[in-house]
Design a protein around this ligand. Structure first.
Ligand SMILES: [Zn+2]
Length: 88
């Protein structure tokens, strides 16, 4: 009577509901600073304040204090669209 082996599953995390964090890009020439979405592959505490590649392909500083989707007005539209389509 061997006990069935249960494969270890990754522990659920608080942010796993969306899988995205908001990240603030810097103003760059004519482009204003915007909020982008970053897909989280690591615990939010590890990426807070780090520069990560956003969904639209730019680098932005992750701010876990800001929820995603964000209520801010200055939001990167491609990131909103991409996060919606991949989040289902
Ligand atoms: Zn973006």
């Amino acid at each position: 009577m061997a006990a069935p082996t249960v494969p270890a599953s990754p522990a659920p995390t608080a942010f796993a509901a969306t899988g995205f964090a908001a990240a603030r890009s810097r103003a760059h020439g004519p482009t204003a600073a915007l909020w982008h979405a970053v897909e989280l592959h690591r615990p939010a505490g590890e990426v807070d304040g780090a520069c990560e590649l956003t969904l639209c392909g730019t680098l932005a500083r992750v701010s876990v204090d800001e929820p995603w989707p964000t209520q801010a007005r200055d939001v990167c539209v491609p990131c909103v669209v991409l996060s919606r389509s991949s989040a289902r």
